[in-house]
Design a protein around this ligand. Structure first.
Ligand code: AMP
Ligand code: MG
Length: 337
């Protein structure tokens, strides 16, 4: 059973409806040249939270924001020379560039997992281009499958996996490439491959006129292949995860002097009056709202002089699993791996 509407991707009326659904914060699956994407308005934290909930992801990995063209992408991020070269050579196409967020970047904190960088891509599919142009803003679109399942390459796959969570599935037939985009980090002096994908290492090196790319992330892992992406990326990616400078205490029942309080559902916490700062992730106990606010909250509470961030217990079901995963990581001793 599916409640999603399956519409033809080449129908302008369907594209208009899909863009309107995105603007309302609803989820739209659409074909790109790599795999089907589970699309949401990247600027709307709650819409982004719905993506994690629909996929059933146990953690908040940063997502790729998709744009209609290079100019639109350059509004969201700051492109160094390498990024400009790669964008000119491979966009539209199966290449994702991680660049520093621009001052006007609209992508929600939850979509970048609180990082100062943002992953951007201009996909090469007429349906994706039409949808992104009609919508006019960045759209996150991880593969349209439940977490742990293989990436969806047909509209039927999407309907099987996510038919109950998406408003519209734009059916553009089977995707051409079937493997994910290559992710290249262009935030430093040397470009590095963070995830292998449809554009090869050799193609990237050639475009940049270099013999080898920077190492680190997956670039340093010769055993990595696109098929293993999710499993292999996670450990290598830890250094690129946002972690507050202040230490974090979990499941607190009271706030100690000097601590900031990360609250949920307006819980009455002794010591809250004297807290250095207070942020309630969701006064109405909505896990979706809490997810959307999580990184903004951590940043807001992570200020000089705060001895620790004291976090109350958050329910573990649904999006609570990923919220708790993130809080546990923030609370874990730093080994900077
Ligand atoms: P997907 O699930 O296909 O959207 O994949 C997103 C990929 O891009 C994952 O490998 C992420 O870890 C990576 N990624 C997204 N944003 C960033 C970022 N700001 N820094 C580093 N890697 C990122
Ligand atoms: Mg995937």
């Amino acid at each position: 059973m599916t409640s999603a509407r399956l519409l033809p991707a080449d129908d302008p009326a369907a594209i208009r409806e899909a863009a309107a659904a995105l603007a309302q914060g609803r989820l739209v699956a659409f074909p790109t040249e790599t795999v089907y994407g589970l699309g949401a308005d990247a600027a709307n934290g709650r819409a982004v939270a719905r993506v994690y909930a629909a996929k059933g992801r146990p953690s908040f990995n940063p997502l790729i924001a998709h744009l209609a063209n290079v100019e639109a992408a350059e509004r969201e991020g700051m492109f160094n020379a390498a990024a400009k070269t790669l964008a000119a050579r491979f966009w539209p196409g199966p290449l994702t560039l991680v660049v520093p967020r621009s001052p006007g970047c609209r992508v929600a904190d939850l979509a970048t997992a609180g990082l100062d960088s943002v992953a951007l891509r201009v996909p090469d599919s007429s349906a994706a281009h039409a949808l992104l142009s009609a919508f006019g803003g960045p759209v996150v679109a991880p593969s349209a499958n439940r977490s742990g399942h293989v990436s969806a390459t047909t509209a039927a796959h999407v309907a099987d996996d996510l038919g109950d969570s998406v408003a519209i599935i734009l059916d553009g037939g089977a995707t051409k490439i079937g493997i994910e985009s290559t992710v290249v980090d262009c935030t430093g002096n040397r470009a590095r491959i963070l995830r292998p994908g449809a554009v090869t290492r050799a193609q990237i090196a050639t475009a940049l006129g270099v013999e080898t790319l920077g190492t680190g992330g997956l670039g340093a892992n010769p055993g990595a292949s696109a098929a293993h992406t999710d499993a292999v990326v996670a450990p290598g990616m830890l250094a690129s995860h946002y972690a507050p400078a202040a230490s974090v205490r979990l499941g607190v029942r009271e706030v100690r002097p000097g601590e900031a309080l990360l609250n949920f559902a307006g819980a009455a916490v002794p010591g809250a009056q004297e807290a250095a700062a207070v942020f309630d992730l969701s006064p109405t106990a909505s896990l979706e709202e809490a997810a959307a606010n999580l990184f903004t909250a951590l940043r807001a509470l992570d200020r000089p002089g705060v001895t620790a961030i004291a976090a109350v217990a958050i329910p573990g079901e649904g999006l609570g699993e990923a919220i708790n995963d993130r809080l546990r990581r923030a609370a874990a001793p730093r080994d900077k791996n």
